[in-house]
Write a protein that binds this ligand. Structure first.
Ligand code: NAD
Length: 479
């Protein structure tokens, strides 16, 4: 029997079945049924969060620490079960699903600790006898809108700091991955959050998300998703003069220089471009390779691609799971067709694969002979598709790497300290990797990009405080 998961509004589970969730590895497998909120439910959730804010914002570190720590402990204890469920609904492999779940537990643990490390400053005023205090307070009702590709880690890295710093939340997850969202909210609810502090409104972006954007009672919005939706969030937020933070797409370069360790470079390319089926904002979709190593690198990448096991996400042997759904699969195939029309050579993969069950299987694709002006080099594909751009030397590689509307991550494979250092200083990306894949980051340090990839303060680590708090300067004259 299929379970029905409801929305959480003001501490009550509410709603009737409105949508189903399908396993992309086997479209005959229905993961669950979910309530679908409309504008009215969104309004109720916002009102509940607004009413809960005064008490929660003054609750003090211990109450917040207790909820966040308990949540971390439960997620960690259930990592295999939650990781499997994540892999079932999103299509990433079991190892990736469990890894992401562990990361969510670590994030809640980190922010549990942050509640006990809150501090302020006190300085003498320029006026004798007056003291000045600078403290941080929660912003109010935070709207959290998330994408489908990290169904538990991205909600965790927004919800945990929002709660730690005393905010209340209306959380709208992506339509494709409600099970992971519901699970994390269920755990937080049972961990003892007072009613109204965290509200879950599953439903359509154009309905529930839009109702959040249109509400004057949402004081801040943290959004991760596509550039198009991000621009809507920005425009609506300016209208209401609210704080907002956007994490959007990437077209991340991995530079491979002649002096690179070939095995390291190939590992970085395979992991960065194709793991998680290439569905990562940090994926290395442009492989920028200097002439002296180009042919050896390409041959070795093709050899590795040929050995990758592509199949059901829940099969422990699988290294690359299916694409998330039919729409994304069509987008990937359309871009593969565009790359060929533009004159790039499809040197490997790109075709659909049949497996034991009906699913969205695509063989990872590698283009050669591409230029940085082609659409496949400029637009985010968000699938297991990468293209090699051949360049003369390091200077040309850096210039091609930076010539993009995006700026999330970048990477370089080299044994030259000089080039690695120069690249770290001159790459126009928020996160730079040396001899590491462009994807895969730590949970306790800032995450975010530049240019068209990100807007607003960084997420994660103690830097998250910047978005989830507002500064108060108080003056006291004690006589
Ligand atoms: P999307 O923009 O389609 O959806 C993101 C969220 O916005 C979903 O919850 C959706 O329901 C909601 N939404 C849609 N229309 C809305 C509206 N009118 N008002 C309010 N909310 C609305 O993105 P997606 O397809 O779910 O995710 C893929 C994108 O996310 C890619 O571009 C990827 O690069 C990006 N991403 C970025 C990061 C990062 O940190 N930079 C991380 C992961 C994914």
């Amino acid at each position: 029997m299929t379970v029905l998961r409801k929305n959480l509004i003001d501490g009550e589970w509410l709603g009737e079945a409105g949508s189903r969730n399908i396993n992309p590895s086997n479209t005959n497998d229905v993961v669950g049924e979910y309530a679908s909120a409309g504008p009215e439910e969104a309004k109720q959730a916002i009102a509940a969060a607004k009413a809960a804010f005064p008490a929660w914002s003054r609750s003090g570190p211990l109450a917040r620490h207790a909820v966040l720590k308990k949540t971390s402990d439960e997620i960690m204890a259930r990592k295999d079960e939650i990781g499997r469920s994540l892999a079932r609904e999103e299509g990433k492999t079991l190892a990736e699903g469990v890894g992401e779940t562990i990361r969510a537990a670590q994030i809640f643990d980190f922010f549990a600790g942050e509640t006990l490390r809150l501090s302020g400053e006190m300085v003498p005023s320029v006026r004798p006898g007056v003291g000045v205090e600078m403290t941080r307070e929660g912003v109010g009702v935070v709207g959290i809108i998330t994408p489908w590709n990290f169904p538990i880690a991205i909600p965790a890295w927004k919800i945990a700091p929002a709660l730690a710093y005393g905010n209340t939340i209306v959380f709208k997850p992506a339509e494709l991955v409600p099970e992971s969202a519901w699970t994390i909210v269920d755990i937080l609810h049972r961990a003892g959050l007072p009613k109204g502090v965290l509200n879950l409104v599953m439903g359509k972006g154009s309905v529930v998300g839009q109702a959040m954007l249109d509400s004057p009672d949402v004081n801040a919005i943290s959004f991760t998703g596509s550039v198009g939706t991000g621009k809507r969030v920005a425009a609506a937020s300016i209208e209401h003069m609210r704080k907002f933070q956007l994490e959007m797409g990437g077209k991340n370069p991995l530079v491979v220089l002649d002096d690179a360790d070939l095995a390291v470079a190939v590992d970085c390319a395979i992991n960065g471009a194709y793991f998680s089926t290439g569905q990562r904002c940090t994926a290395s979709s442009r492989l920028i390779v200097t002439e002296g190593i180009h042919d050896r690198f390409v041959d070795a990448v093709k050899e590795r691609l040929d050995k990758l096991v592509i199949g059901d996400a829940l099969d422990a042997k699988t290294q690359i799971g299916p694409v998330v759904d039919q729409t994304q699969l069509k987008q990937d195939e359309d871009y593969i067709a565009i790359g060929r029309q533009e004159g790039a050579e499809l040197a490997f993969g790109g075709e659909r694969l049949e497996r034991g069950t009906p699913g969205f299987y695509l063989r990872p694709a590698l283009f050669l002979g591409s230029t940085n002006e082609m659409r496949i080099s400029r637009e985010e594909i968000f699938g297991p598709v990468a293209n090699v751009i051949r360049v003369k030397d390091y200077d040309e590689a850096l210039s091609v790497a930076n010539d993009t509307p995006f700026g999330l991550t970048s990477g370089i494979c080299t044994t030259s300290l000089k080039h690695a250092t120069h690249f770290k200083r001159n790459s126009e990306a928020g996160m730079v990797m040396v001899n590491l894949p462009t994807a895969g980051v730590d949970f306790h340090v800032p995450f975010g990009g530049r240019k068209g990839s990100s807007y607003g303060p960084r997420e994660q680590g103690s830097y998250a405080m910047e978005f989830y708090t507002t500064v108060k300067t108080a003056y006291t004259f004690a006589g």
